[in-house]
Design a binder for this molecule. Structure first.
Ligand SMILES: Cc1cc2nc3c(=O)[nH]c(=O)nc-3n(C[C@H](O)[C@H](O)[C@H](O)COP(=O)(O)OP(=O)(O)OC[C@H]3O[C@@H](n4cnc5c(N)ncnc54)[C@H](O)[C@@H]3O)c2cc1C
Length: 412
């Protein structure tokens, strides 16, 4: 019997490719009537990149993504705080990619169709619940009009449904709404000439008045050699709307916080005002769950562990889940035991990332500088914070999220 994968997002398609590699039959059911390249920027950090490169996708990704060269940090006066190399430039054996979510999803989809087969992916099938019947998981579906479709039997059902998972709701009907961090985010993409190295992931300022993250996600998009540059503005505010990846945002709601951010390396207001489109999304997550696997049903990716998107780890952790689940299904003949083994490996690890994203994300550096300078320009960064402290703050997050170099060296 096939494994039923619910959702053809980043996790669902990656899982399909990994199960196929392991010789395990699967089928993917996607609610959307067709897969379109939606979203804006996503980062594939070395721990996830290693898994995708292991699937033979490095060339396909390198063609559409930007190979990230460095991370750098500035205060809101445009003063340089710290930078360090990323991916292969930092000595990892794989690159780091900054990529449009749609380009990543399409690269995974092309590989899925070529390897697993177009008939193993159905669209317009929205899962409504999963039950058990003897030795099978039975998934129930409806079409876009809400009419029931034939139930499907599988060896297991894996919810890769993302943050709006109905199967998580089935398992935890009383969980309550997502938890708002107090920070609202405006996101967008701007066509712009290369900033700094042209492959820099740049973080500027702190949430009060605003923090800005910028990284390019497509190279050479026009004859002038401009890039598609992703940006995210975080602002501390009690005002927010329910989470929806596609909600439009308004420039006037946030641009005033950065009117004077005119640096010698970027005119921020002009850059933001030139955006193609602006989206708004609240920084929310949910408390880690005590359990994901119930018989032949389990959760994966955002359905299992929605997290603040401030450590660039949402897609990466979903990809690591896929590897652990494919390994477990290969190692255990009993799917129920496999799903439990997967949960034992990934639930504690991802819970730590959810909590670290709340308390000690990589941008904690910027908070520390903001706090120590009283949000004023500094004369010399070494008088504010030592290089060792900066490195220690970043390394501690890498260890929790699983992409410190020592860890990647020892993993198979
Ligand atoms: C439209 C959209 C835009 C996004 N944009 C960004 C972005 O710009 N930046 C960023 O960092 N992250 C973005 N994300 C989230 C990001 O993809 C995830 O955080 C991460 O990649 C983990 O992937 P996932 O597979 O768990 O979930 P997702 O990638 O969210 O995939 C979930 C998939 O399941 C499908 N689905 C949901 N419910 C059902 C159901 N009941 N039955 C069948 N199918 C179902 C969805 O349509 C979707 O295709 C976006 C997600 C979506 C859906």
């Amino acid at each position: 019997m096939e494994v039923l994968i619910i959702g053809a997002g980043i996790g669902g398609l990656t899982l399909g490719l990994m199960l196929h590699r392991a010789g395990i039959a699967c089928r993917v059911f996607e609610a959307a009537p067709a897969l379109k390249a939606v979203g804006v920027g996503i980062n594939i950090l070395p721990h996830a990149s290693r898994e995708l490169c292991g699937l033979g996708l490095e060339d396909a990704l390198a063609k559409v993504a930007v190979t990230t060269r460095e991370y750098c940090f500035y205060n809101r006066f445009g003063q340089f705080i710290y930078s360090e190399p990323a991916g292969r430039f930092a000595g990892y054996d794989v690159p780091q990619f900054s990529i449009h979510r749609g380009d990543l999803q399409m690269a995974l989809l092309d590989a899925f169709i070529a390897r697993v087969g177009a008939d193993k992916l159905v669209t317009g099938w929205r899962c409504t619940r999963v039950e058990h019947d003897g030795d099978a998981a039975i998934a129930h579906f409806e079409n876009a009009a809400g009419q029931p479709l034939p139930p499907q039997r599988g060896a297991a059902a894996i919810s890769c449904e993302g943050i709006h998972s109905v199967l998580r709701k089935q398992l935890y009907p009383n969980e309550g709404p997502p938890k708002y961090s107090g920070i609202n985010m405006w996101r967008g993409v701007t066509r712009w000439k290369p900033i700094l190295t042209g492959a820099s992931m740049v973080r500027v300022g702190w949430h009060h008045p605003a923090k800005l993250l910028i990284y390019p996600i497509r190279n050479n998009i026009d004859p002038e050699g401009r890039q598609l540059v992703n940006w995210v503005v975080d602002i501390e505010t009690p005002q927010y709307q329910a989470r929806d990846w596609n909600r439009r945002g308004r420039l006037g709601d946030f641009i005033y916080t950065m009117d004077d951010w005119k640096f010698d390396w970027l005119d921020v207001p002009q850059f933001i005002r030139s955006a193609d489109a602006i989206l708004e999304y609240p920084m929310v997550d949910q408390d880690p769950l005590p359990r994901w696997s119930f018989g032949r049903l389990t959760l994966l990716g955002d359905a299992a562990h929605p997290m603040y998107p401030r450590g660039a780890n949402g897609a990466a952790q979903a990809i690591l889940d896929c590897r652990a689940l494919a390994d477990a299904l290969q190692a255990h003949t009993d799917p129920v035991a496999a799903l439990k083994a997967y949960e034992a490996k990934r639930l504690p690890a991802t819970s730590e990332v959810v909590l670290a994203n709340r308390k000690a994300p990589p941008d904690a550096i910027l908070h520390e500088v903001y706090r120590r300078t009283g949000d004023k320009p500094f004369k010399n960064i070494d008088d504010v914070i030592s290089r060792e402290e900066l490195i220690a703050l970043l390394e501690s997050y890498k260890r929790v999220a699983g992409y410190d170099k020592e860890r990647l060296k020892v993993r198979g």
